[in-house]
Design a protein around this ligand. Structure first.
Ligand SMILES: Cc1cc2nc3c(=O)[nH]c(=O)nc-3n(C[C@H](O)[C@H](O)[C@H](O)COP(=O)(O)O)c2cc1C
Length: 351
């Protein structure tokens, strides 16, 4: 495994470098660091060489970086925020990615063959928003075929607290390392999430042999727990309380699949209208849980949306995600055998 790290800071013992050192402690494989202030990489001069040919007319340290970009598995951008952007020298280096942009635009070639995982770590004294530098960093990552990007890791109060003493930021750094090391990977379900793939696989195996009723019970439990975590008062919102009770009616044989589908539809409508992305993900969890009466696949998607909610609530903290997946798994294990105890009525209803 190879990781390419871009460091946009001039400070040799500054916040960016201290976080990079933390990454290096546990990151497996080979690593290459590009220091935008010290590696004598010139900015793009728009000579338009790359409109027709691969690579770049400027022969400097960037040639080695181009080779590494082709080979590497992970790309990490670490930068201080300067005037609400990445630092100027980092943008200079990144301007040499123009050759990748021109590959698709003018040369009709694929810019970079090998897909990569990416991450961005930003540090700032605390002024301005972070959307602009993060947006720039993501654009650069996309140009080099980085498809899966870890949620932003940020320390945005470095005037008062060193980034390495910022607990949330350090959790994010650990999560990036786990993500790059391949212990966590976005699952290719309907939604993009960072996950503990091992436990997710165990859940999926068990799900295959679990019936709709038990999956409905399981996914509703997941949803109620996640609504609480997302700060949604599920008892006082009609669409939510009805969704839960209609699914329970279906389980006990007093509600139809059509009722379940309509109720799930109302919860999804509520999710669409909700602006807060954490609460939106929590509501989607419930929407799928309610819809489990209709198709069992929804229960698995509900469990994925619960993990998405945890990812958003705890900035991609892998320990929290694992904790939630373990809980989901133990709950699903607990569901085994419940079917046999169900009433004759609900068995009839399954038909
Ligand atoms: C020229 C300059 C511009 C800066 N602009 C911002 C800014 O827009 N937002 C912010 O939060 N911090 C800003 N800062 C503060 C740095 O981002 C902060 O001190 C950071 O922790 C330095 O990181 P380093 O130690 O890795 O170099 C700026 C600092 C400098 C020198």
């Amino acid at each position: 495994m190879k990781t390419l790290i871009f460091n946009g800071s001039p400070r040799k013992n500054g916040d960016s470098v201290s976080l990079i050192n933390e990454v290096l402690k546990d990151l497996k494989g080979e690593k290459k660091i590009v220091n935008s202030y010290f590696d004598n990489i010139s900015p793009c001069i728009d000579c338009r060489f790359c409109w027709k040919k691969r690579g770049c007319s400027i022969k400097d340290g960037m040639q080695e970086v181009y080779d590494y970009v082709e080979e590497c598995d992970n790309i990490l951008i670490v930068s201080p925020i300067y005037f609400v952007e990445l630092t100027g020298t980092l943008l200079n280096v990144a301007s040499r990615f123009q050759t990748y942009f021109c590959a698709g635009r003018f040369r009709n070639e694929k810019a970079v063959e090998k897909p990569k995982k990416g991450a961005v770590i930003l540090v700032g004294g605390g002024h301005g928003n972070v959307e602009i530098p993060y947006g720039t960093a993501k654009t650069l990552l996309h140009h080099i075929n980085t498809r899966d990007i870890h949620p932003l890791v940020l320390s945005h109060d470095t005037n008062n607290i060193h980034a390495v003493d910022d607990k949330k930021c350090m959790e994010g750094v650990k999560s990036v390392v786990n993500f790059f090391n391949g212990e966590w990977w976005e699952i290719k379900s309907k939604i993009k999430i960072i996950d503990n793939i091992e436990i997710r696989n165990q859940i999926e195996n068990l799900y295959e042999t679990t019936n709709n009723f038990n999956l409905a019970k399981w996914s509703l439990k997941i949803a109620v727990r996640i609504l609480e975590k997302a700060g949604i008062d599920y008892c006082s919102i009609t669409e939510i309380s009805q969704g839960i009770s209609i699914n329970e009616c279906w389980q006990s044989g007093t509600g139809s699949i059509r009722d379940v589908r309509d109720a799930a539809f109302k919860v999804h409508k509520l999710a669409r209208e909700t602006e807060d992305i954490k609460q939106k993900a929590a509501l989607r969890t419930l929407g799928h849980a309610v819809a489990t009466g209709h198709m069992k696949e929804h229960s698995l998607v509900a469990s994925d949306y619960a993990i998405k909610t945890i990812e958003l609530l705890y900035s991609g903290n892998i320990d929290k995600i694992t904790e939630e997946r373990k809980w989901q798994l133990s709950e699903l294990e607990g569901m085994q055998g419940i079917w046999e105890e169900q009433t004759e009525k609900s068995k009839i209803y399954q038909r």
